[in-house]
Design a protein around this ligand. Structure first.
Ligand SMILES: Cc1cc2nc3c(=O)[nH]c(=O)nc-3n(C[C@H](O)[C@H](O)[C@H](O)COP(=O)(O)OP(=O)(O)OC[C@H]3O[C@@H](n4cnc5c(N)ncnc54)[C@H](O)[C@@H]3O)c2cc1C
Length: 379
Protein backbone atom coordinates (compact mmCIF):
# COMPACT_ATOMS: atom_id res chain seq x y z
CA UNK A 1 0.00 0.00 0.00
CA UNK A 2 1.38 3.39 -0.96
CA UNK A 3 0.15 5.06 2.23
CA UNK A 4 0.65 8.52 0.67
CA UNK A 5 4.36 8.21 1.28
CA UNK A 6 7.04 6.58 -0.84
CA UNK A 7 8.61 3.48 0.65
CA UNK A 8 12.31 3.65 1.53
CA UNK A 9 13.16 1.73 -1.63
CA UNK A 10 11.07 4.04 -3.81
CA UNK A 11 12.50 7.20 -2.20
CA UNK A 12 16.12 6.10 -2.54
CA UNK A 13 15.41 5.16 -6.17
CA UNK A 14 13.93 8.62 -6.78
CA UNK A 15 17.00 10.30 -5.26
CA UNK A 16 19.34 8.13 -7.38
CA UNK A 17 17.50 8.89 -10.64
CA UNK A 18 17.39 12.62 -9.87
CA UNK A 19 21.10 12.64 -9.25
CA UNK A 20 21.72 10.72 -12.50
CA UNK A 21 19.49 13.06 -14.50
CA UNK A 22 21.15 16.17 -13.09
CA UNK A 23 24.71 14.91 -13.53
CA UNK A 24 24.51 12.97 -16.79
CA UNK A 25 21.62 14.50 -18.73
CA UNK A 26 21.23 18.15 -17.66
CA UNK A 27 24.66 19.33 -18.92
CA UNK A 28 23.91 17.88 -22.39
CA UNK A 29 20.33 19.10 -22.86
CA UNK A 30 21.15 22.26 -24.80
CA UNK A 31 23.40 20.46 -27.30
CA UNK A 32 20.96 17.55 -27.78
CA UNK A 33 17.98 19.89 -28.21
CA UNK A 34 19.84 21.88 -30.87
CA UNK A 35 20.87 18.70 -32.71
CA UNK A 36 17.34 17.22 -32.32
CA UNK A 37 18.99 13.98 -31.30
CA UNK A 38 18.24 11.22 -28.77
CA UNK A 39 21.37 10.27 -26.77
CA UNK A 40 21.78 6.53 -27.44
CA UNK A 41 24.85 6.37 -25.19
CA UNK A 42 22.76 7.60 -22.26
CA UNK A 43 20.17 4.96 -23.11
CA UNK A 44 22.85 2.27 -22.82
CA UNK A 45 24.03 3.79 -19.53
CA UNK A 46 20.47 3.65 -18.15
CA UNK A 47 20.32 -0.01 -19.17
CA UNK A 48 23.61 -0.81 -17.45
CA UNK A 49 22.38 0.86 -14.26
CA UNK A 50 19.25 -1.31 -14.36
CA UNK A 51 16.87 1.65 -14.72
CA UNK A 52 15.30 0.34 -17.94
CA UNK A 53 14.52 -2.92 -16.15
CA UNK A 54 12.24 -1.37 -13.53
CA UNK A 55 9.01 -3.33 -13.47
CA UNK A 56 10.50 -6.34 -15.29
CA UNK A 57 11.53 -9.57 -13.51
CA UNK A 58 15.16 -10.58 -13.05
CA UNK A 59 14.80 -13.62 -15.31
CA UNK A 60 14.50 -11.23 -18.25
CA UNK A 61 17.29 -8.93 -17.10
CA UNK A 62 14.91 -6.68 -15.15
CA UNK A 63 15.48 -5.14 -11.76
CA UNK A 64 12.03 -5.70 -10.25
CA UNK A 65 10.20 -2.79 -8.67
CA UNK A 66 6.70 -1.54 -9.38
CA UNK A 67 4.73 0.96 -11.46
CA UNK A 68 5.28 3.69 -8.86
CA UNK A 69 9.03 3.31 -9.41
CA UNK A 70 8.64 3.44 -13.19
CA UNK A 71 6.68 6.68 -12.71
CA UNK A 72 9.47 8.05 -10.52
CA UNK A 73 12.02 7.23 -13.22
CA UNK A 74 10.01 8.99 -15.92
CA UNK A 75 9.07 11.99 -13.76
CA UNK A 76 12.66 12.63 -12.75
CA UNK A 77 13.95 12.34 -16.33
CA UNK A 78 11.13 14.53 -17.69
CA UNK A 79 11.94 17.14 -15.02
CA UNK A 80 15.30 17.53 -16.75
CA UNK A 81 14.27 16.77 -20.35
CA UNK A 82 10.84 15.73 -21.55
CA UNK A 83 12.00 14.47 -24.96
CA UNK A 84 14.44 11.94 -23.53
CA UNK A 85 11.74 10.70 -21.14
CA UNK A 86 9.34 10.32 -24.09
CA UNK A 87 11.80 8.28 -26.15
CA UNK A 88 12.56 6.04 -23.17
CA UNK A 89 8.88 5.55 -22.52
CA UNK A 90 8.25 4.52 -26.12
CA UNK A 91 10.96 1.92 -25.50
CA UNK A 92 10.34 0.57 -21.95
CA UNK A 93 6.56 0.87 -22.27
CA UNK A 94 5.12 0.42 -25.75
CA UNK A 95 8.24 -1.27 -27.13
CA UNK A 96 8.70 -3.78 -24.29
CA UNK A 97 5.44 -4.39 -22.39
CA UNK A 98 3.67 -6.22 -25.26
CA UNK A 99 6.68 -8.56 -25.64
CA UNK A 100 6.81 -9.16 -21.88
CA UNK A 101 3.06 -9.82 -21.64
CA UNK A 102 2.38 -11.68 -24.87
CA UNK A 103 5.69 -12.63 -26.49
CA UNK A 104 6.90 -16.19 -26.86
CA UNK A 105 9.82 -17.29 -24.69
CA UNK A 106 12.11 -16.99 -27.71
CA UNK A 107 10.88 -13.43 -28.44
CA UNK A 108 11.47 -12.45 -24.82
CA UNK A 109 15.05 -13.78 -24.93
CA UNK A 110 15.77 -12.22 -28.31
CA UNK A 111 14.19 -8.77 -27.78
CA UNK A 112 13.11 -8.10 -24.19
CA UNK A 113 16.37 -9.10 -22.49
CA UNK A 114 18.63 -6.87 -24.65
CA UNK A 115 16.00 -4.10 -24.58
CA UNK A 116 16.00 -4.04 -20.79
CA UNK A 117 19.82 -4.00 -20.75
CA UNK A 118 19.94 -1.00 -23.09
CA UNK A 119 21.42 -3.03 -25.95
CA UNK A 120 18.42 -2.84 -28.29
CA UNK A 121 16.15 0.17 -28.73
CA UNK A 122 12.48 -0.51 -29.41
CA UNK A 123 9.62 1.36 -31.08
CA UNK A 124 5.89 0.87 -31.52
CA UNK A 125 4.34 1.30 -34.96
CA UNK A 126 0.60 1.68 -34.85
CA UNK A 127 -0.37 5.15 -36.16
CA UNK A 128 -0.59 5.74 -39.90
CA UNK A 129 -1.13 8.83 -42.04
CA UNK A 130 -4.90 8.22 -42.08
CA UNK A 131 -5.29 6.37 -38.80
CA UNK A 132 -4.71 7.90 -35.35
CA UNK A 133 -7.39 7.69 -32.66
CA UNK A 134 -9.28 5.19 -34.82
CA UNK A 135 -6.59 2.52 -34.66
CA UNK A 136 -8.80 -0.11 -36.33
CA UNK A 137 -8.69 1.94 -39.54
CA UNK A 138 -5.01 1.15 -40.23
CA UNK A 139 -4.29 -0.06 -43.76
CA UNK A 140 -1.01 -1.96 -43.26
CA UNK A 141 -1.34 -5.60 -44.17
CA UNK A 142 0.59 -8.78 -43.41
CA UNK A 143 -0.07 -11.66 -45.81
CA UNK A 144 0.93 -15.16 -44.79
CA UNK A 145 2.97 -16.99 -47.44
CA UNK A 146 4.12 -20.36 -46.12
CA UNK A 147 6.60 -19.89 -43.30
CA UNK A 148 6.68 -16.08 -43.52
CA UNK A 149 4.55 -12.94 -43.83
CA UNK A 150 4.84 -10.11 -46.33
CA UNK A 151 4.09 -6.71 -44.77
CA UNK A 152 3.09 -3.62 -46.75
CA UNK A 153 2.05 -0.22 -45.44
CA UNK A 154 3.11 3.11 -44.00
CA UNK A 155 3.43 4.34 -40.43
CA UNK A 156 3.33 7.90 -39.11
CA UNK A 157 4.68 9.63 -35.97
CA UNK A 158 6.73 6.66 -34.76
CA UNK A 159 8.88 7.59 -31.75
CA UNK A 160 12.41 6.15 -32.16
CA UNK A 161 11.27 4.95 -35.61
CA UNK A 162 14.45 6.10 -37.37
CA UNK A 163 16.89 4.97 -34.67
CA UNK A 164 15.31 1.82 -33.21
CA UNK A 165 16.69 -1.70 -33.55
CA UNK A 166 13.23 -3.20 -33.75
CA UNK A 167 9.66 -2.06 -34.23
CA UNK A 168 6.43 -3.62 -33.01
CA UNK A 169 4.32 -3.31 -36.13
CA UNK A 170 0.52 -3.47 -36.24
CA UNK A 171 -0.87 -4.87 -39.51
CA UNK A 172 -4.04 -6.61 -40.69
CA UNK A 173 -3.72 -10.38 -41.14
CA UNK A 174 -7.48 -10.66 -41.61
CA UNK A 175 -9.11 -7.67 -43.28
CA UNK A 176 -12.62 -9.09 -42.78
CA UNK A 177 -12.46 -8.54 -39.00
CA UNK A 178 -12.22 -4.80 -38.17
CA UNK A 179 -9.81 -4.32 -35.25
CA UNK A 180 -9.66 -7.95 -34.17
CA UNK A 181 -8.02 -8.89 -37.48
CA UNK A 182 -4.94 -6.81 -36.60
CA UNK A 183 -1.80 -8.69 -35.54
CA UNK A 184 1.45 -7.49 -34.02
CA UNK A 185 4.88 -8.30 -35.46
CA UNK A 186 8.34 -7.74 -34.02
CA UNK A 187 10.37 -6.50 -36.95
CA UNK A 188 14.13 -5.90 -37.05
CA UNK A 189 14.64 -2.49 -38.60
CA UNK A 190 17.38 -3.82 -40.90
CA UNK A 191 14.87 -6.13 -42.61
CA UNK A 192 14.85 -5.52 -46.39
CA UNK A 193 11.71 -3.54 -47.26
CA UNK A 194 11.77 -1.53 -44.00
CA UNK A 195 12.60 2.10 -44.66
CA UNK A 196 12.46 5.43 -42.87
CA UNK A 197 10.52 7.76 -45.21
CA UNK A 198 11.54 10.83 -43.22
CA UNK A 199 12.42 12.14 -39.79
CA UNK A 200 9.68 14.53 -38.62
CA UNK A 201 10.50 18.01 -37.29
CA UNK A 202 8.44 18.93 -34.25
CA UNK A 203 7.47 21.96 -32.16
CA UNK A 204 8.99 20.41 -29.04
CA UNK A 205 10.31 17.11 -27.68
CA UNK A 206 13.37 17.64 -29.86
CA UNK A 207 15.46 14.99 -28.10
CA UNK A 208 12.87 12.35 -28.96
CA UNK A 209 13.19 11.37 -32.61
CA UNK A 210 10.00 10.77 -34.57
CA UNK A 211 9.70 9.23 -38.01
CA UNK A 212 7.41 8.17 -40.83
CA UNK A 213 8.07 4.60 -42.00
CA UNK A 214 7.37 2.60 -45.16
CA UNK A 215 7.13 -1.18 -45.49
CA UNK A 216 7.44 -2.45 -49.02
CA UNK A 217 7.10 -6.21 -49.53
CA UNK A 218 8.84 -6.62 -46.19
CA UNK A 219 9.33 -10.33 -45.64
CA UNK A 220 9.39 -11.42 -41.99
CA UNK A 221 9.49 -14.99 -40.63
CA UNK A 222 6.33 -16.41 -39.03
CA UNK A 223 8.27 -16.36 -35.75
CA UNK A 224 8.02 -12.53 -35.84
CA UNK A 225 4.30 -12.76 -35.03
CA UNK A 226 3.93 -11.56 -31.42
CA UNK A 227 3.10 -14.53 -29.21
CA UNK A 228 2.76 -16.69 -32.31
CA UNK A 229 -0.94 -15.80 -32.59
CA UNK A 230 -2.81 -13.76 -35.16
CA UNK A 231 -5.25 -11.09 -33.97
CA UNK A 232 -3.16 -10.19 -30.91
CA UNK A 233 -3.70 -6.44 -31.29
CA UNK A 234 -6.83 -6.32 -29.11
CA UNK A 235 -4.88 -8.01 -26.32
CA UNK A 236 -2.16 -5.38 -26.59
CA UNK A 237 -4.54 -2.41 -26.54
CA UNK A 238 -6.18 -3.88 -23.46
CA UNK A 239 -2.90 -3.35 -21.60
CA UNK A 240 -2.15 0.21 -22.61
CA UNK A 241 -3.28 1.74 -19.34
CA UNK A 242 0.25 1.35 -17.92
CA UNK A 243 1.53 3.65 -20.67
CA UNK A 244 -1.07 6.27 -19.75
CA UNK A 245 0.14 6.33 -16.15
CA UNK A 246 3.78 6.81 -17.11
CA UNK A 247 2.64 9.42 -19.64
CA UNK A 248 1.13 11.26 -16.65
CA UNK A 249 4.55 10.99 -14.98
CA UNK A 250 6.06 12.80 -17.95
CA UNK A 251 3.52 15.60 -17.59
CA UNK A 252 4.20 15.86 -13.86
CA UNK A 253 7.96 15.98 -14.52
CA UNK A 254 7.78 18.87 -17.00
CA UNK A 255 5.27 20.70 -14.76
CA UNK A 256 7.59 20.31 -11.76
CA UNK A 257 10.47 21.73 -13.81
CA UNK A 258 8.37 24.74 -14.83
CA UNK A 259 7.24 25.34 -11.26
CA UNK A 260 10.79 25.22 -9.87
CA UNK A 261 12.09 27.57 -12.56
CA UNK A 262 9.24 30.04 -11.99
CA UNK A 263 9.69 30.10 -8.20
CA UNK A 264 13.43 30.70 -8.54
CA UNK A 265 12.99 33.45 -11.13
CA UNK A 266 10.22 35.19 -9.15
CA UNK A 267 12.55 35.46 -6.15
CA UNK A 268 15.39 36.91 -8.25
CA UNK A 269 13.61 39.25 -10.68
CA UNK A 270 13.02 42.72 -9.27
CA UNK A 271 10.47 45.25 -10.51
CA UNK A 272 9.12 48.32 -8.72
CA UNK A 273 11.97 47.96 -6.23
CA UNK A 274 11.19 44.45 -5.00
CA UNK A 275 11.31 40.80 -6.12
CA UNK A 276 8.21 40.06 -8.22
CA UNK A 277 7.39 37.16 -5.85
CA UNK A 278 6.29 39.84 -3.35
CA UNK A 279 3.34 40.73 -5.60
CA UNK A 280 0.27 38.80 -4.60
CA UNK A 281 -0.59 38.18 -8.27
CA UNK A 282 2.67 36.25 -8.74
CA UNK A 283 2.61 34.56 -5.34
CA UNK A 284 -0.91 33.23 -5.92
CA UNK A 285 0.02 32.09 -9.41
CA UNK A 286 2.91 30.05 -7.98
CA UNK A 287 0.73 28.67 -5.18
CA UNK A 288 -1.86 27.51 -7.71
CA UNK A 289 0.82 25.94 -9.89
CA UNK A 290 2.21 24.04 -6.87
CA UNK A 291 -1.28 22.82 -5.96
CA UNK A 292 -1.89 21.56 -9.49
CA UNK A 293 1.45 19.74 -9.74
CA UNK A 294 0.90 18.05 -6.39
CA UNK A 295 -2.65 17.01 -7.28
CA UNK A 296 -1.52 15.58 -10.61
CA UNK A 297 1.26 13.65 -8.88
CA UNK A 298 -1.11 12.20 -6.28
CA UNK A 299 -3.60 11.15 -8.97
CA UNK A 300 -0.78 9.50 -10.93
CA UNK A 301 0.59 7.65 -7.89
CA UNK A 302 -2.84 6.34 -7.01
CA UNK A 303 -3.33 5.08 -10.57
CA UNK A 304 0.13 3.47 -10.43
CA UNK A 305 -0.69 1.77 -7.15
CA UNK A 306 -4.03 0.52 -8.52
CA UNK A 307 -2.26 -0.73 -11.65
CA UNK A 308 0.01 -2.86 -9.45
CA UNK A 309 -3.12 -4.26 -7.76
CA UNK A 310 -4.42 -5.39 -11.16
CA UNK A 311 -6.83 -2.86 -12.71
CA UNK A 312 -6.60 0.87 -13.29
CA UNK A 313 -8.31 1.56 -16.63
CA UNK A 314 -10.46 4.47 -15.38
CA UNK A 315 -7.81 5.95 -13.05
CA UNK A 316 -5.06 5.67 -15.68
CA UNK A 317 -7.16 7.67 -18.16
CA UNK A 318 -7.96 10.22 -15.44
CA UNK A 319 -4.31 10.55 -14.42
CA UNK A 320 -3.14 10.93 -18.03
CA UNK A 321 -5.79 13.49 -18.91
CA UNK A 322 -5.50 15.52 -15.70
CA UNK A 323 -1.69 15.63 -15.60
CA UNK A 324 -1.46 16.56 -19.28
CA UNK A 325 -3.85 19.49 -18.79
CA UNK A 326 -2.02 20.59 -15.64
CA UNK A 327 1.16 20.63 -17.74
CA UNK A 328 -0.52 23.09 -20.17
CA UNK A 329 -1.54 25.50 -17.40
CA UNK A 330 1.64 25.27 -15.33
CA UNK A 331 4.09 25.70 -18.22
CA UNK A 332 1.96 28.53 -19.64
CA UNK A 333 1.99 30.36 -16.29
CA UNK A 334 5.72 29.76 -15.89
CA UNK A 335 6.29 31.65 -19.16
CA UNK A 336 4.07 34.44 -17.78
CA UNK A 337 6.12 34.67 -14.58
CA UNK A 338 9.27 35.05 -16.69
CA UNK A 339 7.69 37.86 -18.75
CA UNK A 340 9.62 38.63 -21.96
CA UNK A 341 12.48 36.35 -20.93
CA UNK A 342 10.00 33.48 -20.88
CA UNK A 343 9.70 33.79 -24.64
CA UNK A 344 13.44 33.81 -25.26
CA UNK A 345 15.09 30.50 -25.99
CA UNK A 346 17.97 31.19 -23.60
CA UNK A 347 15.65 30.28 -20.71
CA UNK A 348 14.26 26.76 -20.44
CA UNK A 349 10.62 27.66 -19.68
CA UNK A 350 9.78 28.19 -23.35
CA UNK A 351 10.97 24.61 -23.96
CA UNK A 352 8.84 23.30 -21.10
CA UNK A 353 5.84 25.05 -22.65
CA UNK A 354 6.55 23.63 -26.14
CA UNK A 355 7.19 20.16 -24.73
CA UNK A 356 4.00 20.22 -22.64
CA UNK A 357 1.83 20.92 -25.68
CA UNK A 358 2.24 17.37 -26.92
CA UNK A 359 0.98 15.81 -23.72
CA UNK A 360 -2.77 16.10 -24.47
CA UNK A 361 -2.24 14.42 -27.85
CA UNK A 362 -0.06 11.28 -27.58
CA UNK A 363 -1.01 7.91 -26.02
CA UNK A 364 -4.66 8.79 -26.62
CA UNK A 365 -5.87 12.37 -26.95
CA UNK A 366 -7.83 14.12 -24.19
CA UNK A 367 -11.04 13.34 -26.08
CA UNK A 368 -10.15 9.63 -26.19
CA UNK A 369 -9.34 9.59 -22.45
CA UNK A 370 -12.76 11.14 -21.78
CA UNK A 371 -14.32 8.42 -23.94
CA UNK A 372 -12.55 5.75 -21.84
CA UNK A 373 -13.61 7.35 -18.54
CA UNK A 374 -17.21 7.64 -19.74
CA UNK A 375 -17.17 3.98 -20.83
CA UNK A 376 -15.76 2.92 -17.45
CA UNK A 377 -18.59 4.88 -15.81
CA UNK A 378 -21.03 2.85 -17.88
CA UNK A 379 -22.06 5.89 -19.96
C1 LIG B 1 5.49 13.35 -31.27
C2 LIG B 1 4.56 12.19 -31.48
C3 LIG B 1 4.98 10.92 -31.14
C4 LIG B 1 4.14 9.82 -31.39
N1 LIG B 1 4.60 8.55 -31.15
C5 LIG B 1 3.87 7.49 -31.60
C6 LIG B 1 4.41 6.16 -31.57
O1 LIG B 1 5.53 5.94 -31.09
N2 LIG B 1 3.67 5.14 -32.09
C7 LIG B 1 2.44 5.36 -32.63
O2 LIG B 1 1.83 4.38 -33.09
N3 LIG B 1 1.88 6.59 -32.66
C8 LIG B 1 2.58 7.65 -32.17
N4 LIG B 1 2.05 8.93 -32.23
C9 LIG B 1 0.72 9.13 -32.77
C10 LIG B 1 -0.29 9.54 -31.72
O3 LIG B 1 -0.60 8.42 -30.93
C11 LIG B 1 -1.49 10.14 -32.44
O4 LIG B 1 -1.09 11.43 -32.86
C12 LIG B 1 -2.72 10.21 -31.59
O5 LIG B 1 -3.20 8.93 -31.33
C13 LIG B 1 -3.84 11.01 -32.25
O6 LIG B 1 -4.04 10.59 -33.56
P1 LIG B 1 -4.07 11.68 -34.76
O7 LIG B 1 -2.89 12.55 -34.56
O8 LIG B 1 -4.20 10.96 -36.04
O9 LIG B 1 -5.34 12.56 -34.48
P2 LIG B 1 -6.86 12.18 -34.89
O10 LIG B 1 -7.20 10.84 -34.38
O11 LIG B 1 -7.05 12.48 -36.32
O12 LIG B 1 -7.65 13.24 -34.02
C14 LIG B 1 -7.78 14.62 -34.38
C15 LIG B 1 -8.70 15.27 -33.35
O13 LIG B 1 -10.00 14.63 -33.38
C16 LIG B 1 -10.32 14.14 -32.09
N5 LIG B 1 -11.05 12.88 -32.18
C17 LIG B 1 -10.74 11.78 -32.90
N6 LIG B 1 -11.62 10.81 -32.70
C18 LIG B 1 -12.54 11.29 -31.81
C19 LIG B 1 -13.70 10.76 -31.18
N7 LIG B 1 -14.12 9.51 -31.41
N8 LIG B 1 -14.38 11.55 -30.32
C20 LIG B 1 -13.95 12.82 -30.08
N9 LIG B 1 -12.87 13.38 -30.63
C21 LIG B 1 -12.16 12.62 -31.48
C22 LIG B 1 -8.98 13.95 -31.39
O14 LIG B 1 -9.11 13.92 -29.98
C23 LIG B 1 -8.18 15.13 -31.91
O15 LIG B 1 -8.52 16.27 -31.18
C24 LIG B 1 2.85 10.03 -31.93
C25 LIG B 1 2.42 11.34 -32.23
C26 LIG B 1 3.26 12.40 -32.03
C27 LIG B 1 2.79 13.79 -32.41
Amino acid sequence: MLGFRLSEEQESFRVAVRSFAEKELAPRVEELEAAERFPKDLFRQLGTLGYLGVGYPEEYGGSGGDMVMRCLLIEELARVNCGVAAALLAHVGLGCIPIFRFGTEEQKRRYLVPAVKGEKLGSFGLSEPNSGSDAASIRSTADRRGDHYVINGTKMFITNGNIADYCLVAAYTDRTRRGSGISMFIVDTDTPGFSVSRKLRKTGHHTSETAALTFEDMKVPASALLGGVEGGFKQVTGTLEGGRITHAARSVGVSQAALEAAVKYAKEREQFGQPIVKFQAIKFKLARMAMEVETARTTMWRAAWLFDQGYAMREAAMAKLFASEVAQRVTWEAVQVFGGYGYITEFPVERFWRDARLMTITEGTTEIQLTIIARELGL
